[in-house]
Design a protein around this ligand. Sequence first.
Ligand SMILES: Cc1cc2nc3c(=O)[nH]c(=O)nc-3n(C[C@H](O)[C@H](O)[C@H](O)COP(=O)(O)OP(=O)(O)OC[C@H]3O[C@@H](n4cnc5c(N)ncnc54)[C@H](O)[C@@H]3O)c2cc1C
Ligand code: FES
Length: 335
Amino acid sequence: MAQIEIPAAKLSYECPEDDTVLRAALRAGLGMPYECNVGSCGNCRFELIEGQVESLYPEAPGLQERDKQRNRHLGCQTRPLGDLKIKVPMREDYKARIKPVRTHGELVTIEDVTHDIREFRFRLDAPNPFLPGQYGLIGIPGVHGARAYSMCNVTASGEEWHFQIKRVANGQGTGALFETCKKGDRVELDGPYGNAFLREESARDILCIAGGSGLSPMISIARAVAASKALAGRKLHFVYGGRATRDLAGESMLRELPGFGTTIFYHAALSHATPEEAWTGWTGFVHEAAKEIVEGRLADHEIYFAGPPPMTEAVMRMAIENKVPVSQLHYDRFY
Ligand SMILES: Cc1cc2nc3c(=O)[nH]c(=O)nc-3n(C[C@H](O)[C@H](O)[C@H](O)COP(=O)(O)OP(=O)(O)OC[C@H]3O[C@@H](n4cnc5c(N)ncnc54)[C@H](O)[C@@H]3O)c2cc1C
Ligand code: FES
């Protein structure tokens, strides 16, 4: 067990040999900045002042050459090889509301959602609750490095975690999940992680914007809003973007919710509809459709969004141009 000290913050915590600098800090209840947990965003960078470390993913895109020269490392991909002293700007808002833990789960259900999205349901060995909108790390047998996936269900106990996962061409994790994994298989599940969870304390209406693989956490948020007494009567617009009609998903899940059609509304936008599809709904990018749907009143909403980085960046740009305070934006970029 390594002891990790953050002298500037007058904090220290323990990190087991098989854990990472970031995840052990979050498990210890400390607010260490991060976002993706898979080596892509760079938000978890820390400076090593003293001690030895090992990188679990040396080629991770979140670390630049100049970071390496300054002895900076990615907290989510670094394990200690003994006691460490590190420098990192700690932040209260990254303290986990539910401390992440590691457990295992059995794959109990696999269902098609679209031609390239499937729902995978796992029953956990030990119940592990999460907040709507959060994600977990799946350790897939035979795949190097855990992959991040957002849960789509709502659960008080956390006995099951359900994920809606989009197949990625040549992807190792999704390749294994779609081609080799079968019911009864076991995986490691670590979480919950992520700050894009539902804020029940906000009195604003809600806008959920999802592109492609971003379906799962937005479905979890919509389900939680429908079940929440604190949010009763609050309007929720759910806007889903795909390229063509075969990509569309989510409407049937929302139709099952109390309030569908009165307070909960589903909208789809297609970016590449062909004339043969005779599409009469929204066309263009999903963020542009979302703005028109709320008649430009973006700042009156709590905005949740998830999907590939170009989509999340377009939503962020639009929100900033329309003077939406950053405290009303809750998102995960799906690297
Ligand atoms: C917070 C978050 C939530 C997400 N939620 C969803 C979701 O709900 N549904 C969905 O379909 N997708 C989601 N994704 C995307 C998902 O995590 C994968 O990036 C995607 O499925 C492609 O994975 P792959 O293994 O098939 O592709 P690959 O190209 O094999 O892997 C790409 C991903 O794995 C990471 N990676 C690659 N090698 C390593 C390694 N050695 N160690 C550690 N990490 C490595 C990369 O940084 C990248 O994130 C989410 C991503 C993030 C960051
Ligand atoms: S949280 Fe470590 S690189 Fe994104």
